[in-house]
Design a protein around this ligand. Sequence first.
Ligand SMILES: NC(=O)c1ccc[n+]([C@@H]2O[C@H](COP(=O)([O-])OP(=O)(O)OC[C@H]3O[C@@H](n4cnc5c(N)ncnc54)[C@H](OP(=O)(O)O)[C@@H]3O)[C@@H](O)[C@H]2O)c1
Length: 296
Amino acid sequence: MTSPSILIFGANGQVGFELRKSLAAGARLCAFDRATCDVADPEQIKAAIATCQPDIIVNASAYTAVDRAETEEGLAHAVNATAPSVIATEAARRGALMIHYSTDYVFDGRKSEPYTETDAPNPLSAYGRTKLAGEESITRAAPQHLIIRSSWVVGAHGANFMKTILRLAKERDVLRIVADQFGAPTSAALLAEVTAQVIGRYLGGEPVPSGLYHVTNAGSTSWHGFACHIIDWATRHQIPLKTKPESVMPIATEDYPLPAVRPKNSRLSTRKAADAFGLTLPPWQHSMDSILEQIV
Ligand SMILES: NC(=O)c1ccc[n+]([C@@H]2O[C@H](COP(=O)([O-])OP(=O)(O)OC[C@H]3O[C@@H](n4cnc5c(N)ncnc54)[C@H](OP(=O)(O)O)[C@@H]3O)[C@@H](O)[C@H]2O)c1
């Protein structure tokens, strides 16, 4: 039997980079980054799919500049909504499985409990609106699809909160970090591993029901709690920092105004994905420590 063909869009992002490692075994991989396929151009998407002839398409491309999206919603929509719609239509035409990623920012954060897949989205930002439009177009167009919603993604490759905190802590004596938004820092490598596990099940003929799934690391914290964890780890590992652990100050969202409004509660219930695919999701601290080891 010939090995299955898997196409990755956004192969140089945090998740895309990890996917290239996790999906490499036993498959023909076609990995496209922005330079080789600009997904804002539907013709480039169609050409990439025609070249690769994939059995499975994993879309890790996204416009993820949450604040910039407020003034660039057209481009964010092209990447986060139109591109997934084109990919989904092509996947349906080929009978391919489509796997896509979405975000906690589709919710308004007013719920006090973790969000489930059946909770109604109500995005507060342009980024959230475009990501929700992407989810909806995939649900309409691709008969075989998985939409993996996650939160606060961090990888060894790419820009993220962890790297920003480490940089700032080398420059400043005091850090003021938002302490009233809660979510689960989630490893890009974990998302890639879960994707590989699901693909393994699919190729093995096990059921992979289409739909939305929430996948994050276990547990939750605030951005302030996450920053404290990073500074504590770096201090224990004798990384020279100007910021001492006791100098990471909690502040309110209102004290750090940004163009895009974020949900206060970004916590996602992962029960559906864990039950459907037999996942054990490690605590966020465990995965973040392993990324810190790679970065530092
Ligand atoms: N990051 C988070 O905190 C977070 C949280 C929840 C959900 N998610 C979702 O998880 C998925 C993966 O996110 P990530 O953290 O891996 O994001 P990322 O690191 O920003 O990666 C996104 C990739 O998409 C590429 N891209 C952007 N515009 C493109 C275009 N027009 N054509 C082709 N490629 C384009 C980017 O290319 P360049 O490198 O050239 O910019 C980047 O490599 C996304 O669907 C995101 O919405 C992320």
